[in-house]
Design a binder for this molecule. Sequence first.
Ligand code: NAG
Ligand code: NAG
Ligand code: NAG
Length: 395
Amino acid sequence: MRVSAVLLLGALWSILLVAAENKKPVSQVDADYLAPAAPTTHIHRQKCSDLGQVEALKGVWVKHPDHGYRGMSDMKECPSFINDFDCLADYVDPKYRQLGQREFRKVYEPHACELHAFNASHFSQCTKGQRIIIIGDSTMRQVFQSLACLLHKEVKDGFFMDWRDANASHTSIPFEREYMLSDEPTTPILKQNIGMFTLSSGAEVHIQSFGIFNLTLWDDVMAQFQPLTSRDIIYAEFGAWYPRFNNWNMHKPWDRYKADLLELFDKRLRNTEAMVLWRAYGPTHFGGSTGTFTAIESVLEDLPTSQVCEPAAYGEYYYDTEVMKYLQNCKEDCSHIHMLPVYHLSLGAHDSHHGSFGRGVDEGTIDCRHYCANVIDTWNQVLYNKLCFNSDDKT
Ligand SMILES: *[C@@H]1O[C@H](CO)[C@@H](O)[C@H](O)[C@H]1NC(C)=O
Ligand SMILES: *[C@@H]1O[C@H](CO)[C@@H](O)[C@H](O)[C@H]1NC(C)=O
Ligand SMILES: *[C@@H]1O[C@H](CO)[C@@H](O)[C@H](O)[C@H]1NC(C)=O
């Protein structure tokens, strides 16, 4: 009980700190990003093309006209090396069936333009001879898994595994080596997954996932792909392991996020030959308007465990505006760095988390960080629209 009281105090203090910070005037970048976009008045929207460097892609989820529509991919048709929690699988408690039908019937409709439907053979052709190097936390692992499923008819071969099971045939990284947190030199970073697949066009998709950034680890990963050219795409994100505040070390993860981001952008991304896609933040839907993880979800044992992922009005927009402000200052030196706009579509999908489908609830933790496949597939639909519909392409 005493421990819980201390944690509760910690949580309250964190809320106070955030409230105090909110007294600062909101910058224009923040205000614009947060503002609801006026829905388009055109009945026939243009198909999306030339999505800009920091296009926000605000919009709404609408019901697909077909009652039986259940999203873009079928987990049963994924390559054999893909295996992740599936919100529609038979092992999910039948009480979530209606929720699944409702959530997987939705499609995302941006206000600005209409997304092209995902087309695997066109994706394969338009990335011909390119390498998509996916780096980041477990939400990027989901991106890799979803892409493998959406592209399964084009996938020639591939593998995917826990990093701890990898050997020299999978990676030249000295996998027994530990990489440390920048501000906690004795805490090693969890290396998560490693994998790749090739497409019939010769395109390659790689995943190397680790939750927290370390420059030496980044360099060891990149050493495998040298030389990088303008045909390569570094598709990166870090965020899920950096809560805005938490009950045991307050602001530390957020300060770490800003420091790590600055190091990565200043020392590496800004100077790379490759194209960089920085994936916008996938807002968590833990407890209330900011969405941030608090003690309530798992640590306060005396309180009942939350059973749902909450809508979050402001959902941690500052992860993205931090990057946008950097790009604004960097100007043309960063013209090869674009954001992949998935924040607004994700914010509107608080019921499409593993946690809403019961995963983790029994253990007293609720998983409101990982989205179901319907949302991740839509991230990849946006990726397809971003990569394959540019008017300056020769093809
Ligand atoms: C998908 O792309 C291929 C190759 O570009 C094209 O031939 C086909 O018509 C497209 N399919 C649809 C449904 O648009
Ligand atoms: C690496 O692991 C694979 C299984 O994933 C195994 O088939 C292979 O023999 C191993 N190679 C070496 C060099 O240990
Ligand atoms: C990353 O990890 C290495 C150990 O492999 C450590 O020497 C280094 O200090 C870490 N880098 C940062 C920026 O913390």
